[in-house]
Design a protein around this ligand. Sequence first.
Ligand code: KDG
Ligand code: MG
Length: 402
Amino acid sequence: MKITDAYVNITSPGRNFVTLKIVTDEGIYGLGDGTLNGRELAVAAYLTEHVIPCLIGRDPFQTEDIWQYLYRGAYWRRGPVTMSAIAAVDVALWDIKGKALQTPIYNLLGGRSRESVMVYCHAFGKDVGAALEDVAKHKEMGYRAIRVQSGVPGLKSTYGVGKVAGHYEPAERGLPTEYEWETEAYLRSVPPLFSKMRETFGEELHLLHDCHHRLTPIEAARLGKELEPFHLFWIEDPTPAELQEGFRLIRQHTTTPLAVGEVFNSLWDAHELIRNQWIDYVRATVVHAGGLTHLKKLADFAALYHVKTGCHGATDLSPVSMAAALHFGLAVHNFGIQEHMPHSEETDAVFPHQYSYQDGYMHPGDKPGLGVDLDEKLAAHYEYQRAYLPVNRKQDGTLTDW
Ligand code: KDG
Ligand code: MG
């Protein structure tokens, strides 16, 4: 089998998605997601200008060699644009492989290690009362694990809390929105939020929280310690992880489990975190971390150190990535949990898919390959719209992590 053509589709059914389609001489095609929120066209150009010309004529079964060719062969390594482009190619090739062999991708990654994949959803509210209502609603929908974010008294906006109830989409059209931040107010607000959650919902429900890179290690240590009585499943991205050693300090002070890595692009971003057992869950995703070929290596490395997966699954990852994540989650032994932020109806219509949700668990379906398609005609109705993630400033005007 040979690759005869490949092209990038950019569509915006409510939000932007970049999809790579790779076509072969046997008529089988594969899809890969290359969406990088707020920087979509950089990945599209990287693919169109630099990657696609190198793919034509290659054997799509050579996932390892093509991965190495695009990674090592480029000389310039890593970074979100490069690694998302490589991921798009890699996932599309696995899709082709599965279709050619008439088997779902999870069978090519080791087969089923479980019946289905536990997912966590997002609940939020402008205050504790509204967050309680939203958690109750999601519990009713069958979720066993719920991420909880709430507004911070004194701040006009904060990460994870939508302007309207029930809907949160961080990227906004136009130039970046500015959010406001004050660490002390945030740190004061989180423990009472989770105290109320436990008091209301008991111990069984898994509760998660995303700090979204906003704390220093010692502030994160304080938060982790104060949350210990409420037995969280994890706190996520407590501090920016460029300095992997920062997690040593957090770890020395708290038994609250730590998850990190939605912005990671490779195993090397998590190498020290895993090797030193400073984290419990690694959140790197199939799209931003070089595809299934690389993520499988990362997961296998993490398994040696009792670190589990907890892959990113926000709506800026297209249904193509969601399907890939579910095949991966069904197969890898050290699966922990998968994030699930359901896509809009418009997005689901553009990407018809086999995966399904039931009672807090998801399944990728048993169709050969990924089990996702792209309706190109429908996609053409939704033109790309420039959008950005917000930026964040402290109350004195200093730019800080969003
Ligand atoms: O594009 C940025 C989002 O994917 C991110 O803000 C979502 O932190 C996030 C999460 O945990 O889903
Ligand atoms: Mg996050």
